[in-house]
Design a protein around this ligand. Structure first.
Ligand code: PLP
Ligand code: ZN
Length: 418
């Protein structure tokens, strides 16, 4: 008896359409619409066959189980094991928020680099491979740098990574360790991003959040898909997520809508709530003032991973939030530090500063009466606390140092009781 193995179908990225003028573009690494400079989104083949709940459930537990909603035909070849993070119920947080139920979507343990940016890089790196690019890169506030460096290393691609000068040591080490070409740029993220927009095409690189941005953004939708499946194919009533460039909240909304349109979930579209640090809150301002244009700010916050003063998707984020019936809140650095501790103590999850912003914003929104007692709320915790230990270490109780003697432990325990 002979067996034949079909060769894997080559990966073909979808064409892209301009979100502003509707112009169609062939699949290629391009940053913006050639007609009007608008942002690009991949276009689905409307006739493609969608899987059932059972078909999805039978697939490996990674973000590729939702591949019909990701921007490729054929088989993905790289980063096949990203996604599939836990959704953890947090009843004590629900009580604090005054809602029926609350969950943490825990991308602090994302594979391989401990933030939700692994999702966007998983889709972007497959686009890079399909386009035959041997070098990828990014402009990053830290987490994207980690994700690009890790996934490029594993794929055997070169990476060029540009970051602002003042990032946390863990974000720098957690990029350089993979052998990435890491470059610190004098200035803020917006300076870094502008530089990357200029160099992407010059050297033939795939800068994931510049000329692969259309393919990159779609990876974020898998956070929404996983939440829906993990809740038993239904939608929560509210979702809280941090905002930097503003892409994540727009893609959460898109993901929930796509699963509803496919008839895979019950429940109406969740209200989307966006969170920023008060020291860099241009999108919160847009939402709260219903403004029509971003007013760029110079970031002043310890939440460096979401410190983007001139967010590319700011207006789309505002629209997604308001259309969903949601809202946005900004919190101080002291509040975000308190919220990192709260999440750790109430849910056993250690998040970085962006997660502190999310939890603190949820509390602020609850205090403003934005949730109702029958709400079911998911908090998107998008990054790991071990990357920003300096944010909390000064406020934690110092561990006592003792001699290895029982009497000393007894004295400590007695002190604790009295
Ligand atoms: C931990 C974390 N959460 C959230 C975000 C926000 O993502 P977006 O730029 O899509 O708004 C970022 C962006 O860098 C991040 O690092
Ligand atoms: Zn256009």
């Amino acid at each position: 008896m002979t067996t034949t193995t079909a060769p894997p179908a080559a990966l073909r990225p979808w064409p892209q359409v301009c979100r502003a003028c509707g112009a169609l573009h062939d699949p290629a690494p391009i940053a913006v619409c050639e007609q009007c400079l608008g942002p690009l989104d991949p276009v689905f083949d409307a006739a493609r066959v969608l899987p059932t709940r059972d078909a999805i459930a039978a697939r490996p537990w990674s973000l590729w189980r939702y591949r019909e909603w990701l921007p490729f035909d054929g088989d993905p070849v790289l980063s096949l094991d990203t996604g599939g993070t836990p959704l953890v119920e947090a009843p004590r947080l629900a009580a604090r928020l005054g809602v029926a139920r609350a969950w943490v979507k825990n991308d602090a343990v994302s594979h391989p680099s401990l933030s939700f940016k692994d999702r966007v890089v998983a889709t972007a790196i497959n686009a890079a491979a399909a386009f035959g690019l041997d070098t990828i890169g990014c402009a990053s506030t830290g987490n994207l740098a980690n994700a690009v460096a890790a996934q490029a290393a594993r794929a055997g691609l070169k990476s060029w990574i540009f970051i602002p000068e003042d990032l946390e040591v863990a974000k720098i080490v957690g990029t350089a360790v993979y052998g990435a070409r890491l470059v610190r740029v004098r200035g803020h993220y917006d300076d870094v991003n502008r530089l990357c927009a200029q160099v992407a095409d010059l050297f033939g690189w795939g800068i994931v959040n510049v000329n692969l941005r259309g393919y990159y953004g779609e990876g974020s939708k898998t956070l929404a898909f996983e939440i829906a499946e993990q809740l038993g194919w239904r939608l929560p009533t509210a979702v809280v997520a941090p905002m930097a460039g503003g892409s994540l909240v727009t893609k959460l909304r898109k993901g929930f809508k796509e699963f509803s349109a496919a008839g895979l979930v019950s429940g109406g579209a969740p209200r989307i709530f966006g969170a920023q640090a008060a020291g860099c809150a241009p999108i919160v301002r847009l939402v709260r003032e219903n403004a029509d244009a971003i007013t760029p700010v110079v970031p002043q916050t310890i939440a460096r991973s979401i410190a983007i003063g001139n967010p590319a998707d700011g207006l789309f984020a505002k629209r997604a939030i308001l259309e969903s019936g949601g809202w946005a809140a900004a919190v101080s650095d002291a509040e975000l530090v308190g919220a990192i501790r709260l999440l750790a103590e109430e849910a056993g999850i250690f998040t970085e500063t962006a997660g502190g912003v999310t939890v603190a914003a949820a509390l602020a929104l609850a205090a403003e009466g934005r949730f109702s007692p029958d709400d079911e709320v998911v908090l998107c915790i998008t990054g790991n606390g071990l990357k920003t230990i300096d944010a909390v270490s000064p406020v934690l109780r110092q561990a006592p140092l003792i001699a290895p003697r029982v009497a000393e432990v007894r004295a400590l325990v007695k002190g604790e009781r009295s």
